[in-house]
Design a protein around this ligand. Structure first.
Ligand SMILES: Cc1cc2nc3c(=O)[nH]c(=O)nc-3n(C[C@H](O)[C@H](O)[C@H](O)COP(=O)(O)OP(=O)(O)OC[C@H]3O[C@@H](n4cnc5c(N)ncnc54)[C@H](O)[C@@H]3O)c2cc1C
Ligand code: SF4
Length: 509
């Protein structure tokens, strides 16, 4: 029997992977490879690379212990060709294999590379998700617009999660209206479970430090889980300590607490160390056991079976050009502050500093601070997309691009969201304590020291009026603007222009 190669990518670290199910340990060789092409197509955060390589090494060891033959390429192996296809060809030469079994990658770029490879590659569906491409397309077909909420209800019905017969638990599908509390500075929050580096992790940290220097991001201390057992422990810890308050404080931000009640499990889930449906069933069990309230559990489950599955469906339905869409024609270069340049804007300063240190920011920091600012300031969405893809440990294009290009920048013209997520400083002030320590004044709407979000918010609405004024969800914003007297409107717009002028000149803002 001719042997085959089985490709396992760095975000496919699941024992039940479709490629493995379609392979034979007695006959086939698994190929796993740390290659520069993947580590460098955007300048990934060092923690993200270290997490991926360490988790890959441990998964390879587990496969070997399970009886598989694994051809594993380390980044510094002398024969490393430094691309995925290059490594497949090299291993084919060594083993005589003439075909490859793979699971479909989560990025069009790699799907295309495997299709074009000079060796036949069978790409099996990635069925670690609840919704297949065909199922999403069937749901989407014929709908005027695609809204997460309806997709989510269908997935609740399909899985039976939080269902009482054919009715949603508690009578409502969505408890978001209860989930918008600001958080008090509380010293007793547990935060995510952290792990000391073991030998595998320590080796990888040394490697990343030596081979990938000068990248945005702090490598040490490194505390992520890097195998399925640790990821399980991190999940347990979240269920016990944070899930009960997850809902209430989901949108809150605090300068002194980078994680609040968030799970910090997206890197683990996206790499394949945790199974999404299993996570949701466990959260549901916490509700039934009376240990976590419905608003928390419903909110948490919605993020996973709703948003996570929905954005993946959009990414694959919209096609390879999706990440480069620019419906609003924004073309300002990404400001240096996103790479850590000094800024007086305290909210941005905190969100970027924690991104640099942790390769993590929670959803509202990504959406309403870094994303909101970029949208209001008219930053090129492709440049922003590459930034998000590089700096977060959980970032893979299938999930990052629809969140950035769609949800956060409206650059897809409204495929993901029905209106742009924009806000003035008032929202950030309500949901965080950032404004207290800021040089700008959130209560000032014009003049020296006015919060830049207050100026840019109206500038954005004004410059995109033709597109948005008839949007029923935005009419109120335009009516408020129209009620402002002309002198005040002029002062706001002049203030915004002056701010953007300084931004373009590279001045500290
Ligand atoms: C501009 C922007 C870029 C983003 N890029 C990514 C990304 O590259 N990778 C990524 O996994 N998430 C991304 N998100 C979604 C979300 O911010 C992260 O999933 C979340 O912050 C991960 O942290 P957590 O595990 O503590 O999440 P929690 O707040 O504890 O939520 C639990 C889980 O729900 C899922 N989830 C929550 N919101 C979303 C969402 N909008 N889309 C998909 N899954 C969601 C995640 O798997 C997460 O682990 C992005 C959001 C925005 C606004
Ligand atoms: S005042 Fe404005 S810039 Fe400063 S922290 Fe608040 S929202 Fe951010």
């Amino acid at each position: 029997m001719v042997s085959r190669l089985v490709l396992v990518l760095g975000d496919q670290l699941s024992p039940g992977l479709s490629a493995l199910r379609n392979a034979d340990p007695a006959r086939d060789t698994i190929v796993m490879a740390e290659v520069m092409a993947e580590a460098s197509y955007v300048r990934h955060h060092p923690k993200k690379i270290a997490f991926t390589f360490a988790a890959m090494r441990k998964f390879a060891a587990r496969l070997t212990a399970d009886g598989w033959r694994v051809a594993y390429t380390r980044l510094d192996d002398p024969g490393n060709s430094h691309s995925i296809v290059g490594e497949l060809l090299r291993r084919a030469g060594e083993t005589g294999a003439q075909q490859v079994i793979a699971t479909e990658p989560g990025e069009w770029r790699l799907i295309g590379a495997l299709e074009a490879a000079p060796i036949p590659v069978t790409q099996h569906p990635d069925d670690r998700f609840l919704c297949s491409h065909a199922e999403f397309d069937a749901w989407a077909e014929g709908r005027k617009s695609l809204r997460m909420e309806y997709f989510y209800r269908q997935t609740r019905r399909k899985t039976g999660l939080l269902m009482e017969g054919d009715k949603p638990a508690g009578g409502k599908w969505n408890y978001d209206s209860e989930n918008r509390k600001p958080a008090a500075d509380d010293l007793f929050r547990q935060g995510p479970l952290q792990f000391d580096p073991d030998e595998t992790v320590a080796d990888v940290l040394d490697l990343v430090e030596a081979r990938l220097p000068d990248r945005f991001g702090t490598l040490r201390p490194f505390w992520f889980a890097t195998d399925a057992d640790q990821a399980e422990q991190a999940l347990d810890h979240f269920m016990r300590h944070s899930l009960p308050s997850f809902g209430d404080y989901q949108d809150a931000m605090l300068a002194g607490d980078r994680f609040l009640y968030h799970a910090v499990i997206s890197p683990y889930m996206n790499a394949g160390l945790l199974d999404p449906l299993d996570i949701c069933r466990r959260a549901e069990a916490e509700y039934h056991a009376g240990r976590a309230p419905l608003n928390a559990v419903e909110g948490f489950i919605r993020q996973i079976i709703g948003w996570r599955e929905f954005v993946r469906g959009i990414y694959f339905r919209e096609g390879p050009e999706y990440p480069r869409r620019n419906a609003l024609g924004h073309d300002r270069p990404l400001p240096a502050l996103y790479w850590g340049a000094d800024t007086d804007m305290n909210c941005l300063s905190h969100a970027v500093a924690q991104t640099r240190d942790e390769a993590y920011a929670h959803h509202i920091q990504r959406l309403m601070v870094t994303g909101n600012f970029a949208l209001l300031a008219g930053i090129d969405p492709t440049a922003l997309h590459e930034w998000y893809l590089a700096v977060y440990a959980d970032a893979y294009e299938w999930v990052e691009a629809p969140n950035t290009v769609g949800m956060s920048q409206f650059a897809d013209g409204g495929v993901v969201g029905s209106k742009p997520y924009v806000s003035s400083g008032a929202y950030i002030n309500r949901m965080s304590d950032y404004c207290r320590g800021c040089r700008y004044s959130v209560s000032k709407k014009t003049g020296d020291g006015a919060c830049p979000f207050n100026l840019l918010y109206w500038h954005f609405l004004n410059r995109h009026r033709a597109r948005f004024e008839d949007n029923p969800r935005m009419g109120q914003m335009y009516r408020t603007w129209d009620r402002m007297d002309a002198a005040r409107q002029a002062a706001v717009l002049e203030g915004a222009e002056a701010f953007l002028f300084r931004l373009d000149r590279g001045e500290k803002i």
